[in-house]
Design a protein around this ligand. Sequence first.
Ligand SMILES: NC(=O)c1ccc[n+]([C@@H]2O[C@H](COP(=O)([O-])OP(=O)(O)OC[C@H]3O[C@@H](n4cnc5c(N)ncnc54)[C@H](OP(=O)(O)O)[C@@H]3O)[C@@H](O)[C@H]2O)c1
Length: 338
Amino acid sequence: MPALPHTSREVRLASLPDGLPRPEHFEIVETPLPVPEEGQVLVRNRFFHVFAALRTLIGGSVKGAPFPPLLPGDTLFGAAIGEVVSAPADSGLRPGELVSHWLGWREYAAVAQYTRLGDTLPDPVAHLAQGWTAYAALTQGAEVRPGDTVFVSGGAGAVGSLAGQIARLLGAGQVIGSTGSPEKAERLVSELGYDAAVIRGAEPIGEQLAKIAPDGIDVLLDNVGGEQLQAAVAAARHGARFVLVGALSGQMSAHGTGTTAPVELDTYQLILKGIAMRGFSAPDDARARTQWTERFGGWLRSGEITFPHVRVSGIEQAPQALHEMIGGRHLGAVIVEL
Ligand SMILES: NC(=O)c1ccc[n+]([C@@H]2O[C@H](COP(=O)([O-])OP(=O)(O)OC[C@H]3O[C@@H](n4cnc5c(N)ncnc54)[C@H](OP(=O)(O)O)[C@@H]3O)[C@@H](O)[C@H]2O)c1
């Protein structure tokens, strides 16, 4: 094994943005290589996920959210895949083995909580896919049935780019996604299993949806909230099931802190249409994760699903990758490869 370096680089929040974070709000800092404490595993990170909720955590927090806020001087974090460098003798881990953990945004980490990857998925980077959330929301949250018309708001993102494909595999009759540009709308249909796409910022989403699904929708998987949730209420069929997993309309707003996502809904419509609406947090259901990983592995191997993602190389590119993810430049998950 090559000699270990004495230092490791990590991305820290340098200052609080007024509005959306930009690369100048971060700094790459060189620190001494972490020394694992008792029970910890030293890993060299190979990949980490640039996730949407970072926008909310930078300087802010949402009551009840599972993550702490990030303040100036803090090192960013997020889901990562690391290669074991050294591990306690009783851990059973071997050097070179891959584990997933939450201390991304740094080259080396000493981790106490980790998951061994095994070979359920054909490519280790696929363990960073957000399909778990989509799968749990569609199966346990909305209980998609064969023939359903499913609308996925935020259909091109880390969650949405898998949600459309999963809805199709679960037997949905028509799958519609929303995204931010005509180019991405085209890719939703040609690459991600969507039948049609609506575009935010173009004509009102409600009008676009009414043209594509004149008979209405049965299921909403909502990553966005705001106007898109209003449009879904207007388009809902009687007995529609809505599952809310994200709030990109508030989270990615250039105004404010991204920590709230208020929306005005016509509750008469909820009542008269018997719409069931529930919030859903994937970590609430650990069983869904095991089931998802097994099914995802099978679907990837059979070619029935893809893991849409872009890989950005080098830790120094990570702040720019976050900026581009927020700006909607990419399709699928944004992964930094080290
Ligand atoms: N409940 C859970 O367990 C759970 C788990 C994971 C994620 N989430 C949440 O689910 C949501 C989606 O997550 P993700 O990882 O898939 O994020 P994401 O969609 O990859 O986030 C980036 C995308 O947000 C869109 N966007 C940017 N500005 C926007 C705006 N003003 N309004 C609407 N959309 C905008 C852009 O897509 P377009 O250009 O295509 O519009 C951009 O590519 C997030 O709110 C996230 O926090 C929840």
